[in-house]
Design a protein around this ligand. Structure first.
Ligand code: NAD
Length: 475
């Protein structure tokens, strides 16, 4: 499929292209080829989006829930119908294997379908009061929402925020990642074709700092939801303070994986290695710090390294590719520097470790015996790198799992029930997967603790994040 070149902004129901705006190139990370020029929103565009969202909000909020749900279902149907084409755009812009990209589009469609129904189940509650009196607790939409989403799952993460916000009755202005504009435009197209009223959802591409500062300085925006790095999250929290804007922050992690010696090692490795290299490790819940019980540590390293060396790296559009390139050229030195530092501090490179010399490709990598003061044991690599260390017992495993300021996802592999229960209780993370990586879905609250941010996306909690609580008392 050829790449769509007429990239546009979507403001107040109107698609507009370059037309005098500044542009930036969109690059295919597998080839280095420039795919298109992306028009960037000006301050005047952002003001137009703000006013359109403000105007659209009362009408959308007053639209009955069945009508809102029908529009969200139609958008989901559009995404499913066009999943193959949209997935191909995503792969060309971001690099992931096209099968993963198409799966992501279906995941986004599921968000719209699920929130369409969840909005109908938003019942509130009635408090016990004397005869003739009523006290009702109800939830109402928060107002105009601004979202900022990253390039690693550009369609899914956008849909996760937008589906919940629209279901709640909010109007939304989204700044998607500038690296992947065509695939996210398909989400706007889906909502437009589904009959969403003008101004209710708008997509503004542009310079992230300028766009976020401008939108967050406006009194029109009442809620901000961001997915990205801890540094940018803290910066946005500062901007939100001025206008006391509500905030959801999903800021990544450094997921520990505790592997105990009672597991079937070969079967466990068959699960772990593909999970590590999914989306080239550019996943906020990517399994990264592998702590392995000492009796099976050497066999673990051997088995992990053998499987890592066999991962098929290539252009995501090619059949058989299991791992694509890194999404952006700035990620190559970022990942490589962490590996060089670990080596200098005495770690052993058990597989990979180097850029592959063409475009943004990087070898799937395993680092063994990484010392705790290596940067990679403390900073999220956000790339195709696993690090491994041995541990003695449950206490040490827990101490290692909890030693970083991150707390997004954590995983453990064991067949002992009581140990599994203790791990579930004691690991400091928003999501704990025990013998299981399926920690994200439309019905599942997803979010972190500590430096990984706050607030949940997905599940009923994801709807509530776009609502305010009101108590009404009558007598
Ligand atoms: P980055 O922090 O510059 O950007 C991350 C995302 O935030 C991008 O999509 C970017 O457009 C957006 N962004 C940046 N500055 C912004 C601002 N001032 N206002 C609003 N949005 C802004 O980093 P990067 O080089 O793109 O990615 C590297 C790091 O980002 C990774 O190491 C990882 O920690 C983090 N990251 C996390 C996730 C996640 O799912 N939590 C996704 C992508 C990146």
């Amino acid at each position: 499929m050829t790449y769509q070149t007429d990239l546009k902004l979507f403001i107040d129901g109107v698609w507009s292209g370059a037309e005098g705006r500044d542009c930036m190139p969109v690059t295919n990370p597998a080839t280095g080829e420039t795919l298109a020029q992306l028009p960037m929103a000006s301050k005047a565009d952002l003001d137009a989006a703000l006013h359109a969202a403000e105007k659209a909000y009362p009408k959308w909020r007053a639209t009955d829930v069945e009508t809102r749900a029908a529009i969200l279902h139609k958008a989901a149907a559009y995404l499913k119908k066009n999943a193959k084409e949209i997935g191909a755009l995503l792969t060309q812009e971001q690099g992931k294997p096209v099968k993963e990209a198409v799966g992501e589009v279906y995941g986004a469609a599921q968000m719209f379908d699920w929130y369409a129904e969840e909005a109908k189940r938003d019942y509130g509650r009635t408090l016990v009061r004397p005869v003739g009196q009523r006290s009702i607790v109800t939830r109402q939409p928060v107002g105009v929402v601004a979202t900022f989403t990253p390039w690693n799952f550009p369609i899914y993460l956008l849909a996760k925020k937008v589906a919940a916000a629209l279901a709640a009755g909010c109007s939304v202005i989204s700044k998607p990642p500038e690296e992947t504009p065509a695939c996210v435009n398909a989400v706007a197209k889906a909502l437009d074709e589904a009959g969403l009223p003008a101004g209710t959802f708008q997509l503004v591409h542009g310079d992230p700092d300028m766009v976020s500062r401008h939108l967050m300085a406006s009194d029109i925006v009442r809620k901000v939801s961001f997915t990205g790095s801890v540094g940018v999250g803290k910066h946005l929290m500062g901007l939100a303070a001025d206008g006391l804007k509500r905030l959801t922050l999903e800021l990544g992690g450094h997921a520990p994986v505790l592997v105990f010696d009672d597991v079937d090692l070969e079967k466990t490795l068959d699960k772990l290695v593909p999970q590590k290299f999914r989306n080239a490790g550019q996943v906020c819940v990517s399994p990264t710090r592998f702590y392995v019980q000492e009796g099976i540590y050497d066999d673990f390293i051997k088995g992990f390294a053998e499987r890592t060396a066999k991962v098929q790296v290539g252009n995501g559009m090619d059949e058989g590719t299991q791992m694509g390139p890194l999404a952006h050229e700035r990620r190559l030195p970022a990942v490589h520097d962490l590996i060089t530092d670990a080596k200098a501090k005495g770690a052993r490179i058990a597989a990979g470790g180097e850029p592959m010399g063409n475009a943004n490709f990087f070898q799937p990598t395993l680092i063994a015996d990484a010392p705790l003061d290596a940067r990679i044991m403390n900073e999220e690599p956000f790339g195709p790198v696993a690090v491994a260390r041995p541990f003695k017992d449950l206490d040490e495993a827990l101490e290692q799992a909890n030693r970083l300021p991150y707390g997004l996802a954590a995983f453990a592999f064991t067949n002992q029930l009581q140990r599994a229960n203790i791990l579930g209780d004691m690991i400091e993370a928003g999501m704990v997967g025990i013998n299981n990586f399926a920690i994200s879905g439309a019905d599942t609250p997803f979010g972190g603790v500590k430096d990984s941010g706050f607030g949940s996306e997905g599940g009923k909690e994801g709807l509530e994040t776009y609502q305010v609580v009101k108590a009404i008392h009558m007598s």
